[in-house]
Design a protein around this ligand. Structure first.
Ligand code: ZN
Length: 717
C-alpha cells in the first residue's frame, strides 16, 4: 500500500527486479519457497559452497558423508550423484532408524514394508534439516547480491537458486511416495504436504524447461521495455522506473498520458501473446499432474479453505456501495478538471487520468481531488528533521513499539547485519525496503536505504512487522516458517502502520504538536487512505479472477483481451484511454501477470489487516463498537500487552495450521470479511453519500465500449 507502506509488492516500480531474486530457474517451481518479504531485491554472493553432512547409519555403523553439492553436480561418479541416490539415502536412513528402534527381525518381507509413522516422522525431520540448509544458503546468496550488485554475486545467487530448486524437487519427489492418508498425526501430514509440493517441476523435463522459458521471456520483455519521450523521438531511453512511474504520478496533460499508456501496453502485451498461451497450456498440464483441476485450483489451494473463492466474491459485493460512491466522487472531480468530453458523467473513468499506469491506486491525484484542499495534510517530516531523527532512531522506535506490546526485541544480529542506510562506498544495491529471514535462529535483517521522513517512518514499522513474524515462528520447522496464508505477512506489517499513522500515536511519541484535528482534516485523511486501499481491492480481485478464468479455460484465447477489459470495467469502473482489440493483449502489462505471480495475496492482506486491527484495538481497550470516542480509525495499540500477547500467539503458528485457525486466535473469526474495513471507512462513506448528492454526481457506471473484438487469423481457429 503505497501510502502506509510503499514497499508492498503490488507497487509496480521495482517489482520486476524481484524476478532476479531467486533466479528464473526456480521461479514458480516451489511457490512457497522464499520468505523474504521484499519489495524486491536480491542477490547472491555465496561465501561458501553448500556442504551437507549426511548422517547415515548403516547396520549400526555411523558414517558421515560430506555431501558437496558442487562436486555432486560436476561428477556423476560422486557418491551422491543423482536424485536416485537421494532415494537410497532416505532408504538407508529408514533402515538405520529401524535398527535404532530395536532388534530387527531380518525377514526379507520387512524391508519392503511401508515405513511406520515414527519412521516417516524421522525421515521428514532429517529432510527438513537439509532443506533448511539449502534454503538458508540460497537466501544468503540472494541477500549478498541485493546488497552488492556485481556479476560475480549474481552468478552465485543464480547458482544457489538452482541448487535449492534441485534439492526441493528431490525432496518433493521423495515425499510424494509416502501415503499420508493413514497418518494419525495431522501436523506430520501437513509437514509432508508442504514439502511435497512439486509445482511445475511435476512436468517432464522438456515441458518444464519450455514453461520456465515462456515465463522468462514474458518477464524479460516486461523488464526491457523502453520508450521515446512524448514529442521527442530522439530521446528513447525511458523505462517504467523511474520515468513512466513518475510521469503518471505527476503529469496532468491527457494527451501525454495517453501516449505513454499506449506505448507501455503495446510494448508489454502483444509481443508476449504466444509465450502467454504456451504458459497457460503448460500451467494446466502441471496442475493436472499435481492432481488439481487447473492452475486456479493450485493457487486457491494455498488458502486451505474450500469456501475461499466465495469469501473473495463476497468481499467485493460488500465493498461495492462504498466503492461506487468513491468512484462517483473522483469521476466528478476529473470532469471538473478535464471536462465532459474526456470524462463521461456516467461511464467508466479513462484510467490514464488516475495517476497510475494500471489505475490500481489513485492517491497520486489526491492533490486536486482531496475533499478539503485548504486543509493541510498530516506530515511530521519537518518535526523529525528538527528533532535530529536518524534511520537508526526510526528503527529503534519501531523496536520500542513491538517491545511495548510485550513482543520480541530485535536481536543484536539484526543491528549488526542489516543495511539501514544507503552505503557510501559507491557500490550498486537494491535500495527498495525489504525484510529477510535467514532460516537460522535470530538471523533476520532489513535492507532499506532509509531516508528521514514520515512516509519511511511508517515503512520502517511495516518492515519490522515482517521481522517480528519471522522471530515469532522461528522455532517452527522450515516449511512452517511462513505466513498463515499468502496474505498474512503483509497484513501484519500494516496492522502496526495503522496505529503508527494515527495523529494520536504521533502525538504520543512527540512528533505532532499543536495539531488541530477537525472533521475536515479527518475526511481528508480517510479519503487518502480510501484512494490507496479501497480502490486497490477490485483491481487486485480482477487480476486473479481473470487468470482463474484463463486457467480454467472459461476465457478463450480469442477473447483474452476484451474479457480482461470487460472485467476491469465491471469491477473497477475504469477503461483504457483508446479502443483496444483482440490484436492487442493487455494483461501482461502488469508485472505479476508477466511473471506468473499470484496477486490475490495483496487483496487478502488489505482486507484482513482491518480485521486484525479491529481485534487488536478491542484488546487494547482502544476500540469499542458504537463508542464515538473509541473508533476503529483512531486507535493506537502502542503499549498494549493484551493486544501484543494475542498477536504474538497468532504469529507463532507460522503456517503450521490452516489460516482460519490462526485468524481465530487473534480475532475470534474464521472467515475473511469486509466488515472491519467498511467500519474503518464509514465516516468517508457518510461524507461521500452527502457530497455526491450535493454535487449531483452520478453513482455507478455503464459498461465500457473500449474493447472491440476483431478475431484475428492466428486466433480464429
Ligand atoms: Zn511488506
Amino acid at each position: 500500500m503505497p501510502d502506509l507502506a510503499p514497499t508492498s509488492h503490488n507497487l509496480s516500480s521495482n517489482e520486476f527486479k524481484r524476478l532476479n531474486r531467486f533466479g528464473i530457474t526456480c521461479k514458480g517451481l516451489f511457490i512457497p519457497s522464499v520468505q523474504q518479504y521484499v519489495s524486491d531485491g536480491d542477490s547472491a554472493n555465496s561465501s561458501s559452497r553448500p556442504v551437507f553432512p549426511v548422517q547415515v547409519l548403516i547396520n549400526g555403523l555411523a558414517e558421515t558423508i560430506q555431501w558437496d553439492w558442487n562436486v555432486r553436480r560436476d561428477s556423476e561418479k560422486h557418491i551422491m550423484a543423482s536424485n536416485i541416490q537421494w532415494r537410497s539415502v532416505w532408504l538407508m536412513l529408514l533402515f538405520a532408524s529401524t535398527i535404532a528402534a530395536g532388534p530387527v527381525k531380518r525377514r526379507s518381507t520387512e524391508s519392503e514394508k511401508a515405513p511406520s509413522e515414527t519412521e516417516i516422522s524421522q525421515i521428514v525431520e532429517w529432510i527438513e534439516q537439509r532443506y533448511q540448509q539449502t534454503k538458508a544458503h540460497q537466501t544468503l546468496a540472494a541477500w549478498e547480491y541485493g546488497s552488492n550488485l556485481t556479476e560475480f554475486n549474481l552468478s552465485k545467487k543464480t547458482k544457489a537458486a538452482a541448487d535449492f530448486a534441485e534439492v526441493a524437487k528431490a525432496v518433493a519427489e521423495e515425499l510424494q511416495q509416502f501415503k499420508t492418508d493413514q497418518l494419525t498425526n495431522a501436523t506430520l501430514k501437513r509437514r509432508i504436504k508442504k514439502l511435497a509440493k512439486l509445482g511445475y517441476a511435476a512436468l517432464p523435463a522438456d515441458q518444464f524447461k519450455e514453461l520456465l522459458g515462456a515465463i522468462a521471456s514474458m518477464e524479460s520483455n516486461y523488464a526491457k521495455a523502453k520508450f521515446c519521450a512524448y514529442g521527442d523521438a530522439t530521446k528513447c531511453d525511458l523505462s517504467l522506473d523511474p520515468e513512466l512511474t513518475e510521469i503518471f504520478a505527476n503529469h496532468r496533460e491527457p494527451e501525454e498520458l495517453k501516449y505513454y499508456w499506449v506505448q507501455w501496453y503495446n510494448a508489454t502485451g502483444a509481443p508476449v501473446r504466444e509465450s502467454f498461451q504456451k504458459y497457460v497450456e503448460l500451467n494446466r498440464q502441471a496442475a493436472l499432474r499435481n492432481n488439481f483441476s487447473s492452475g486456479a485450483a493450485v493457487w486457491l489451494n494455498e488458502y486451505d479453505d474450500s469456501t475461499f473463492e466465495q469469501q473473495v466474491d463476497d468481499v467485493i459485493e460488500q465493498i461495492r456501495p462504498l466503492y461506487e460512491q468513491l468512484h462517483a466522487y473522483v469521476r466528478y472531480k476529473l470532469r471538473q478538471k478535464y471536462g465532459d468530453k474526456l470524462v463521461s458523467p456516467t461511464g467508466p473513468i479513462p484510467m490514464h487520468l488516475l495517476g497510475n499506469l494500471w489505475a490500481q491506486t489513485w492517491d497520486n491525484i489526491a492533490d486536486f481531488t482531496t475533499p478539503f484542499p485548504e486543509k493541510k495534510l498530516l506530515d511530521v517530516t519537518d518535526e523529525m528533521i528538527r528533532q535530529g531523527y536518524t534511520p537508526i532512531k526510526m528503527f529503534q522506535m519501531g523496536d520500542d513499539f513491538f517491545t511495548s506490546l510485550n513482543m520480541t526485541k530485535l536481536p543484536q544480529t539484526f543491528w549488526d547485519k542489516s543495511i539501514l542506510e544507503k552505503p557510501t562506498d559507491g557500490r550498486d544495491l537494491v535500495c527498495h525496503a525489504s525484510a529477510w529471514d535467514f532460516f537460522a535462529i535470530d538471523d533476520v535483517r532489513i535492507k532499506q536505504c532509509t531516508r528521514v521522513n514520515m512516509r519511511e517512518f511508517f515503512v520502517v514499522h511495516h518492515e519490522l512487522g515482517h521481522i517480528q513474524y519471522y522471530l515469532q515462528y522461528q522455532h517452527q520447522p522450515v516449511e512452517f516458517r511462513g505466513g498463515a496464508n499468502p496474505g498474512f505477512h503483509e497484513a501484519v506489517g500494516d496492522v502496526l502502520s495503522l496505529s503508527v499513522s494515527t495523529p494520536k500515536h504521533l502525538k504520543k511519541v512527540g512528533l505532532l504538536k499543536d495539531y488541530e484535528e477537525d472533521e475536515q482534516v479527518k475526511i481528508n485523511q480517510f479519503y487518502r487512505a480510501g484512494v490507496t486501499k479501497l480502490v486497490f481491492l477490485p483491481f487486485a480481485y480482477t487480476l486473479d479472477k481473470y487468470r482463474w478464468g484463463v486457467f480454467r479455460g472459461d476465457i478463450k484465447p480469442r477473447e483474452y483481451n476484451c474479457k480482461f477489459w470487460e472485467m476491469r470495467s465491471r469491477y473497477s469502473g475504469v477503461e483504457p484511454p483508446v479502443v483496444r482489440t483482440e490484436q492487442d493483449f493487455d494483461p501482461p502489462a502488469k508485472y505479476h501477470v508477466s511473471a506468473d505471480v499470484e496477486y490475490l495475496r495483496y487483496f487478502v492482506s488489505y482486507v484482513i489487516q482491518f480485521q486484525f486491527h479491529r481485534a487488536a484495538c478491542a484488546l487494547a481497550g482502544e476500540y469499542v463498537k458504537g463508542d464515538p470516542e473509541k473508533t476503529l480509525n483512531n486507535c493506537d495499540i502502542y503499549q498494549s500487552t493484551a493486544a501484543g500477547n494475542q498477536l504474538k500467539e497468532m504469529l507463532a503458528l507460522g503456517s503450521s495450521k490452516p489460516w482460519p485457525d490462526a485468524m481465530e486466535v487473534l480475532t475470534g473469526e474464521r472467515k475473511m470479511s469486509a466488515d472491519a474495513i467498511l467500519e474503518y471507512f464509514d465516516p468517508l462513506y457518510q461524507w461521500l453519500l452527502e457530497e455526491n448528492k450535493r454535487l449531483g454526481a452520478h453513482v455507478g457506471w455503464t459498461d465500457s465500449q473500449k474493447c472491440v473484438s476483431h478475431p484475428i487469423d492466428f486466433m480464429a481457429a
